[in-house]
Design a protein around this ligand. Structure first.
Ligand code: HMG
Ligand code: MG
Length: 302
């Protein structure tokens, strides 16, 4: 097997996870979660979004969250921004990294951001300029890389086009999102191979939602093709408000357990992440979706 020696995990629970939870979470609980995830060894913890509070009310307090987190040296706390107004919020909050997001399907792009794919790139132009002026790193997301909840199957070539545009525009990394979690390993490999024809594969990350329980298999499959950055959410929290019925991201605990078993270095402490997951799940009044988190919780109860 041709696996990397080391992978980087991008913790997206405080953003992708919490944006889709029905119960509002206090600033204090968000800050405690982000600080705990950084203390567990994560080098990237996505902390929130500067998007319209009418569209995503759960992220409306990102400015206060950014003001109160610890900001551990060597840790990046990216926030999502869709447009100029979003990047202005990120600048005011002294963010060192932002993420822009678009999609490989027109229908999803419109539902998620009220514009076409081309228009999303028009909005990114001033964002990139401001980011450069303020020394902020920019990550890019492509959603619906396997299928769209409105338009069905998405062609790998379309994903490759959009990913290449983000990369050429200046994103240091492009994260490929199976937003609705329907992909299976061969589809994910075909998609990654199409993208890797257009941009360097070492600049790619995989962002799998676990709706159909295929995330770990998909991670194994694309890792064999040289992908070494994976977006994960503590406790498997989350979903996407514009793709109803979808599950959260693959659980951070599940991915850590897998990597530990494979002897692949990632630098994150499993028990510390599981502890952070239990705390936020108590806040939310829900059980973790991650199987490993459930197993550790049951073991602890004994
Ligand atoms: P719009 O309504 O077309 O925007 O929304 P607009 O420019 O016409 O402005 C309308 C109102 O929104 C105005 O306020 C603006 O000030 C305000 P009003 O005058 O009505 O009071 N507004 C903003 N407020 C705060 N921050 C901003 C901002 N921009 C405008 N940045 C917009 C367009 C993009 C803003 C909207 O559609 C939006 O916020 N969408 C966010 C969608 C979102 O966050 N989705 C979830 C994240 S993406 C995701 O989860 C997928 C991912 O995980 C990967 C995967 O799984 O595939 C990344
Ligand atoms: Mg997502």
């Amino acid at each position: 097997m041709n696996y990397p020696k080391r992978v980087r995990l991008v913790e997206v629970g405080p953003r992708d996870g919490l944006q889709n939870e029905a119960k509002p979470v206090s600033v204090e609980a968000k800050v405690a979660l982000i600080d705990a995830l950084a203390a567990a060894g994560h080098k990237t913890v996505e902390a929130g979004s500067f998007v319209s509070p009418k569209w995503i009310p759960q992220m409306a307090d990102t400015d206060r969250v950014m003001a109160e987190i610890e900001r551990k040296p060597g840790v990046s706390y990216p926030v999502l921004v869709p447009n100029k107004q979003g990047v202005n919020g990120a600048i005011e909050a002294r963010c060192g990294e932002i993420a822009v997001f678009t999609a490989a399907s027109e229908a999803f792009c419109r539902k998620n951001t009220n514009c076409s794919i081309d228009e999303s790139f028009e909005r990114f132009a001033p964002v990139m300029e401001a980011a450069q002026r303020h020394g902020m790193k920019v990550r890019g997301y492509v959603s619906t890389v396997i299928a769209c909840p409105y338009d069905g199957k998405v062609a790998p070539e379309k994903v490759a086009d959009v990913a290449e545009r983000l990369f050429r525009m200046g994103c240091y990394e492009v994260s490929l999102g199976d937003t609705i979690g329907v992909g299976t390993p061969l589809e994910c490999v075909a998609m990654v191979e199409a993208v890797a024809e257009k941009m360097p594969r070492e600049k790619l990350a995989a962002h799998f939602h676990d709706t159909y329980g295929q995330s770990l298999a998909n991670i194994m499959a694309v890792m064999e093709r040289g992908i070494a950055v994976f977006d994960t959410a503590v406790a498997g929290l989350g979903g996407c408000p514009y793709a109803r019925g979808t599950s959260g991201n693959v659980g951070t605990e599940d991915v850590i357990y897998l990597m530990n078993g494979l002897g692949i270095v990632h630098g994150v402490d499993l028990d510390a992440v599981a502890q952070a997951g239990r705390a936020i799940c108590t806040e939310l009044g829900r059980e973790p979706a991650s199987k490993v988190a459930q197993a550790l919780k049951a073991k602890q109860a004994v």
